[in-house]
Design a protein around this ligand. Structure first.
Ligand SMILES: [Zn+2]
Ligand SMILES: [Zn+2]
Length: 322
């Protein structure tokens, strides 16, 4: 690598880091953080807590803890890791969409009907959002249930304090798996709709999908990884995962393990019996439990620990790996 290339690489990587705050496509976009702050103020004043709101929200234990620095380090590390993935993933997604469309054409001929532009926009938005959410649930469940994958997902659960950036506290291997899932869902769905709508999928079609994300992000999605206990109405928690429900997912109490695995929709948890509602739980502490927390209290330990533990699983308890 030449000097200039190194500078360009560093610049691109830093740009990705900054994107977390400046891109409306990211959950931690500054406007979503502001809307979360307003919701946090609502929770604070309703709970009649003592002390000031600023102390509550800018708590040192939350933003400057060892755990928080692991989050920040992983975001920077993963931004550089992602640089290498973006272009091939985009190409792969488009190729998959093209191949799906081609497959349908060659097997079924031209569709006997064609969706109108408005139908395409609405159905594509709903299909992509719901399918993506379901696949996120499935992949999350697999990461919890398959022992060697759990070792990678543990990094997300090793946070002992949570702030909105904890959302991105992921091992690069899990990041890779999540991206592959996203691309597969995007490629296949886009291909199907391209076929059904006679090639009306264009850039603006994504507007609908973005509106869905926008609604989710603006409505306190940032509080899922935080100490702000925002609940939804009880009945709504069967449909949408509230911030408190995701906090329960991070609980170190074995009673809460492998529960509330959903991302946006709670219906998958409800359907598969992994749902816990806020009013079923009192207080939660975050992390993997006292003993294990120590093994994950630095950036390097979080990166390295999965490999060490998988090695142990393979050679010390062979039968438990798969
Ligand atoms: Zn999890
Ligand atoms: Zn989480």
């Amino acid at each position: 690598m030449e000097y200039k290339e190194i500078i360009a690489f560093l610049n691109d990587g830093l740009q990705l880091v900054i994107n977390y705050l400046t891109s409306p496509g990211k959950r931690t976009y500054f406007l979503y953080l502001i809307s979360s702050l307003l919701l946090a103020a609502y929770v604070f004043y309703r709970s009649n807590r003592k002390g000031s709101f600023l102390n509550y929200i800018l708590n040192k234990k939350v933003w400057l803890s060892k755990s928080a620095f692991v989050d920040y380090s992983l975001i920077i590390f993963n931004s550089f890791f992602k640089l290498a993935l973006i272009a091939p993933f985009l190409l792969f997604g488009l190729k998959l969409a093209f191949n799906t469309n081609d497959f349908l054409l060659s097997h079924f001929g031209y569709a006997s009907f064609s969706l109108s532009t408005a139908q395409t926009l609405i159905l594509y938005t709903i299909s992509l959002s719901v399918l993506n959410d379901f696949m996120t649930y499935v992949v999350h469940l697999i990461f919890h249930k398959v022992p060697f994958l759990w070792e990678f997902h543990k990094i997300h659960h090793s946070a002992t304090s949570m702030n909105p950036f904890t959302q991105y506290r992921l091992h690069p291997i899990e990041l890779l798996a999540n991206n592959i899932k996203g691309i597969l869902v995007f490629g296949v769905t886009t291909g199907i709709f391209d076929y059904l709508s006679d090639h009306q999928i264009s850039k603006w079609t994504f507007l609908g999908v973005n509106v869905f994300s926008f609604a989710f992000y603006a409505w306190g999605a940032n509080l899922r990884h935080s100490h702000v206990r925002l609940k939804f109405f009880n009945f709504l928690e069967y449909i949408f995962i509230s911030p408190v429900q995701h906090q329960v997912h991070h609980s170190d109490n074995p009673k809460h393990f492998d529960k509330n695995l959903g991302s946006r929709l709670a219906i998958w948890d409800w359907m598969f019996g992994t749902l816990i509602r806020s009013n079923q739980v009192e207080k939660v502490t975050f992390g993997l439990g006292k003993e294990d927390n120590k093994n994950y209290n630095s950036f390097l330990k979080n990166l390295w620990m999965p490999f060490k533990n998988i090695y142990k699983l393979l050679f010390e308890r062979k039968s438990k790996v798969l």
